[in-house]
Design a protein around this ligand. Structure first.
Ligand code: ADP
Length: 191
C-alpha cells in the first residue's frame, strides 16, 4: 500500500497514521517527526528546518524532497508506506510522483481528515500543554492554518481529480475515526 494522509494542522494525522501503518504493516513516514528528531539531535538539517518550523512556515521543497526520497529508499518502505505531512505543495506532489514511478508502483489512496477549524485550535492548544511543541502557540497555529489553506488545501482537488481521494470526518473519538478510515481503505485495491 502506498498511502498519504492529509488534513489541516491538528486534524489528527499523526495519531491516525500510526494505526493505519500498523494495520497495513507499512512504515508511517512523518516529515514533521523527522524534522523534529533532527532538531533535537541538533543536526544540520534540524538547524535549517527549525527556523521555518518555529515560524509556522514550510521548510523549502528541496530540503524536504531530498529527505523523503532518502527515507522512501530504505528497505522497510519497499512493501509500501504511509506519508504523513508530505506532500504539502504542488511541487512536492510532482516530486513524489517521480519517486513512486521510479519504484514501478503507484499511489493507492489519499485520506483527507476533515475537521472544524475552531475545534482544531482547541486540540492544538491542549497539545501545547502536554507535548510542549514549539509551534503550538496561538500565533504560529494561525500561520500554519493560513499556509495550509494557501499551499496544501489545493492538493485535495489534485488527488480528487485522480480518483484517489478518500474524505473522512476527523471529528469524534480517536477509534471512531480509525474505524471510518479502515472501512474506507479496506475496499481500496492494492497496486
Ligand atoms: P502539523 O501538525 O502542523 O501538520 P507537522 O508535525 O506535520 O505539523 O509539521 C510541523 C512543521 O514541519 C510544519 O509546520 C513545517 O514547518 C515542517 N514540515 C513538515 N512537513 C513538511 C513538508 N512536507 N514541507 C515543508 N515543511 C514541512
Amino acid at each position: 500500500m502506498r498511502l498519504i494522509i492529509m488534513g489541516p494542522p491538528g486534524a489528527g494525522k499523526g495519531t491516525q497514521a500510526k494505526f493505519i501503518a500498523e494495520h497495513f504493516g507499512i512504515p508511517a513516514i512523518s516529515t514533521g517527526d523527522i524534522f523534529r528528531a533532527n532538531v533535537s539531535r541538533g543536526t544540520e538539517l534540524g538547524v535549517e528546518a527549525k527556523r521555518y518550523m518555529d515560524a509556522g512556515e514550510y521548510v523549502p521543497d528541496e530540503v524536504t524532497n531530498l529527505m523523503v526520497r532518502n527515507r522512501i529508499d530504505e528497505p522497510d518502505a519497499e512493501p509500501g508506506f504511509l506519508l504523513d505531512g508530505y506532500p504539502r505543495t504542488l511541487a512536492q506532489v510532482e516530486e513524489l510522483d517521480g519517486m513512486i514511478k521510479h519504484t514501478g508502483h503507484a499511489l493507492d489512496a489519499v485520506v483527507v481528515l476533515t475537521v472544524d477549524q475552531d475545534e482544531v485550535v482547541e486540540r492544538l492548544l491542549q497539545r501545547a500543554e502536554t507535548d510542549g511543541r514549539a509551534d503550538d502557540t496561538a500565533d504560529v497555529i494561525r500561520r500554519r492554518q493560513e499556509i495550509y489553506g494557501e499551499e496544501t488545501a489545493p492538493l485535495v482537488e489534485v488527488y480528487r481529480d485522480r480518483g484517489l481521494l478518500i474524505e473522512v470526518d476527523g471529528l469524534g473519538e480517536v477509534d471512531e475515526v480509525t474505524q471510518r478510515i479502515f472501512t474506507a481503505l479496506d475496499v481500496v485495491p492494492q497496486s
